[in-house]
Design a protein around this ligand. Structure first.
Ligand SMILES: [Zn+2]
Length: 385
């Protein structure tokens, strides 16, 4: 259904109409979140619906589901990981949520499907975003689907497969010296200059709405709230979206007040959220000289830092930094032991799980590791890496 309000994530008194385009809260530059009128969505109503994330359209920002700019995103499988569990001596249920099986082979398709749907409804004529790689490919595809031109700004060293993906979906791609926050400044300047709408992470309220459907799917498939969610964190839209979703699912009567422990995973080469979590800070400072083969987690500053940290703490969860070697080992375990198409970001979640089990951390089952994208998107890899 159409939202009732866009609400500031820092001050709920700051409210805006979803009938207009909005970016950050004009009072305090905090991200805006979408709120819906009281809705009813019964689980038994889902049985006859197509397997895509739009099956939860009562809780997505459309008047009618036929408006959705869709390529069949969501409804990704939950793959049991018995061999990995045995290897780690974990005797509860362990799964991978395989987001590689989305259109454009990553979880970014969810957010972009909703953001482009909302942008088209509100009359946007051109779209722009910075990207660490996978978001740009998804935006390019959904822009093409909607008939809206797309420009993407990416770091110059972004793997060529990702740049080619964007270009072949018809997007203009600009290579920028620096990291994604530098690309973000270029994208913002381009938006100001040309009037293109900037759908950078959390600068508009709708990508979170797509990402939140991951939590709806977990509860629908498992029939319960997972005990622990292990999630590679770059911009953090998934953590923020899923945390919002569990509150919505409680309001819908699907679940009670229980929540999963949220575990945020970053590379030791780029760990601003882990550093902030460990120091007790409410926001994160820029991680200088960020470097990791998990390109999607090479995000030195996150606009949603305050929301990510608050969700981790409220969930009783934690934040873990893992080495690049353990990311490779984790990826290898998911692929060679289980056949899951894990990327480095997926591998990082397996590495974090191993680390937490070795530390004796209490991790309630079922545990869900998120594989956020396909390994093929970063190919070819250097043989010695
Ligand atoms: Zn505000």
């Amino acid at each position: 259904v159409l939202p009732s309000d866009l609400v500031c994530s820092r001050d709920p008194e700051h409210r805006f109409s979803p009938a207009q385009l909005h970016t950050l809260c004009p009072h305090d530059a905090a991200p805006l979140l979408v709120r819906y009128p009281p809705a009813s969505l019964r689980r038994d109503a889902l049985a006859s619906r197509p397997w895509s994330m739009w099956r939860y359209h009562e809780m997505l920002p459309v008047e009618n589901v036929t408006e959705a700019i869709t390529l069949g995103e969501g409804a990704t499988p939950l793959i049991p990981l018995p061999r990995l569990a045995a290897k780690l001596r974990f005797d509860g249920a362990l799964y991978a949520k395989d987001e590689a099986q989305n259109p454009t082979a990553s979880f970014k398709s969810r957010g972009m499907s909703v953001a482009v749907t909302a942008a088209r409804r509100l009359g946007v004529r051109a779209l722009v975003a910075p990207s660490a790689g996978n978001a740009g490919g998804a935006l390019a595809a959904y822009g093409a689907r909607a008939g809206i031109p797309v420009r993407v700004f990416v770091p110059r060293d972004t793997p060529p497969t990702l740049v080619e993906e964007m270009r072949t979906f018809g997007a203009g791609v600009e290579l920028v010296d620096g990291l994604i926050d530098d690309a973000g400044r270029s994208a913002a300047a381009y938006a100001a200059e040309t009037g293109a709408f900037n759908v950078a992470t959390l600068r508009e309220p709708y990508r979170v709405e797509g990402k939140k459907t991951m939590a709806y799917e977990l509860v629908e498939r498992l029939g319960e709230v997972p005990g622990t969610i292990v999630y590679g964190t770059g911009g953090g839209t998934g953590v923020i979206g899923m945390w919002k979703a569990f509150a919505e699912l409680e309001a819908l009567g699907w679940i009670g007040s229980q929540r999963p422990k949220l575990v945020s995973v970053q590379s030791e080469g780029c760990a601003p959220i882990v550093r902030a979590f460990e120091s007790g800070a409410q926001t994160a400072t820029r991680f200088e000289n960020a470097s990791t083969a998990a390109w999607g987690m090479r995000v030195p500053t996150a606009l949603g830092d305050r929301l990510i940290l608050a969700a981790l703490r409220a969930s009783g969860g934690t934040a873990v930094a893992v080495s690049e070697a353990s990311i490779r080992d984790g990826m290898h375990a998911l692929r060679a032991l289980e056949g899951a198409d894990a990327s480095e970001e997926g591998g990082a979640t397996a590495a974090a799980l191993q680390h937490l089990i070795a530390q004796g951390a209490a991790l309630p089952p079922p545990i869900v590791l998120f594989n956020t994208g396909s390994a093929l998107k970063y190919a070819p890899r250097a043989q010695d890496s």
